[in-house]
Design a protein around this ligand. Structure first.
Ligand SMILES: [Zn+2]
Length: 269
């Protein structure tokens, strides 16, 4: 029985590598978009019905505008780098929710929520673009599906001989990977590697979208300044701010600006 599980794990491992177009690195991910996105879209719709979506205000329009610019920049980058059609299954949506929680997130397939509580820290459209770029990057790099894959391997290991993943199990794995069930819409922390990857990709796409990449480090400095007190922002618990991150973003900004120049963007807002 053990042997069968081992063979299954090896098979999964071999067949499950997908190359991340942004880094060129192989990643462990055996969940195609067709298996992840429908769950994400349903969870997102449910979240919107249970929360106060802000519409028609200048802030709500800004969230949509930044989201559209960032996703369109990602599309241009992917097409220019030999990955046309990479986003064909994505259904981008950008909503502002009236909630004082300091948070923002993006579910697989491009489903984004900003809470009004994060706006005092983002401060400007460019600050929103820093957070938007980072969150969109998690979705583009399939970090959620990778976490689901890792969770599945754990379950396969735990349930000896139970190789076929049933629908019910798949739902549980999805919910676990996204922390759904405990607190809807509050993402579990990503690994440090995924965070760094999202910072790097996010910085490039925000620059291509015309937003000043030198502002990214400034946003995280503000986030860090707000992380103390009795109620640290939720965003900080899933996105730990540290000096390495701020130093990385400062060091990478010139490269991001150079990348943007390839797309004819030389002035930033
Ligand atoms: Zn993140």
């Amino acid at each position: 029985m053990k042997k069968i599980v081992l063979i299954a794990l090896v098979f999964v491992g071999v067949s499950a590598c997908k190359v991340n177009p942004f880094t060129g690195q192989k990643t462990l991910n055996f969940y195609p978009n067709s298996q992840v996105f429908p769950s994400a879209f349903a969870q997102y719709d449910q979240f919107l019905t249970e929360n106060k979506v802000v519409t028609g205000t200048a802030d709500a329009q800004m969230i949509t505008r930044v989201g559209q610019r960032i996703s369109s920049a990602a599309e241009r980058w992917l097409t220019a780098n030999g990955h046309p059609g990479y986003l064909k299954d994505y259904k981008w949506e950008y909503n502002l929710v009236n909630d004082e929680t300091v948070n923002a997130w993006c579910m697989p397939g491009g489903k984004i929520v900003f809470y009004t509580g994060i706006l005092p820290i983002t401060q400007s459209e460019t600050g929103v673009a820093v957070v938007m770029g980072h969150e969109v990057a998690h979705a583009l790099a399939d970090h959620g599906a990778q976490r689901m894959s890792a969770g599945t391997l754990q379950q396969l290991g735990a349930v000896a001989g139970n190789i076929a993943i049933q629908d019910e199990q798949k739902r549980n794995i999805f919910n676990q990977a996204y922390g759904i069930g405990s607190q809807v819409g509050v993402m579990l922390p990503f690994s440090r590697g995924h965070e760094t990857e999202a910072d790097l990709i996010g910085l490039q796409i925000m620059a291509i979208a015309g937003y000043d990449p030198y502002e990214a480090a400034e946003l995280w400095k503000r986030m860090k300044a707000n992380s103390g007190g009795t109620a640290p922002p939720v965003f900080m618990s899933t996105h730990p701010s540290n000096d390495t991150r701020i130093n990385n973003l400062t060091a990478w900004a010139p490269d991001a600006a150079a990348e943007a120049a390839k797309f004819g963007v030389t002035k930033f807002k």
